[in-house]
Design a protein around this ligand. Sequence first.
Ligand code: URA
Length: 213
Amino acid sequence: MSDAHPGLILIEHPLVRHKLTQLRRRETSTAGFRRILREISLLLAYEATRHLPLAAVDIETPLEPMVAPALSGKKLCFVSILRAGNGILDGMLDLVPAARVGHIGLYRDHATLEAVEYFLKLPDDIGERVVIVVDPMLATGHSAVAAISRLKAAGASQIRFVCLLTVPEGLRAMQAAHPEVPIITAAVDRGLDENGYIRPGLGDAGDRLFGTK
Ligand code: URA
């Protein structure tokens, strides 16, 4: 829980904290960053899916019939905010390979500072799915807020947001716009610098993931 966002879920598992430290290290290579981000995302997905409902089903083990729990009801859709969100997507799909996937691309208009949509592809039945939006860095919150508003306009109603790192500024922005959306993260850092980077952070997640700088 947090003053800045009551729906904050901070994952403090030692494996998550250790892997995040590896991601933060300047010397971690592109290949290492990609692999560790995939691993940590799987652990975040485990938390993000904790609320999924179960129903009892009849099965047979090799020894006898039994009634056993299985996932029921609403199906999942992961929505990646391009491009760094794709680094989280891979780990999530390792855990839930049958989930549907949506993508949303947003850029920042330098004149208005607003997030402008340049790409959107979502499953038709998004309104019937539990939607988990992924982006490694919840910084100013502009992209996350705009992406979630767009998903709501498309009919999504059960939305959760998963990131690796956030800051009080991002949490406040989400709280103001989407207070009912839980945020799952591995750390809340000190704050933003004048360029909108999370400090101490891990740098530009997209560049580190794709080796573009
Ligand atoms: N996006 C990033 O990739 N890094 C930051 O620190 C902030 C936003």
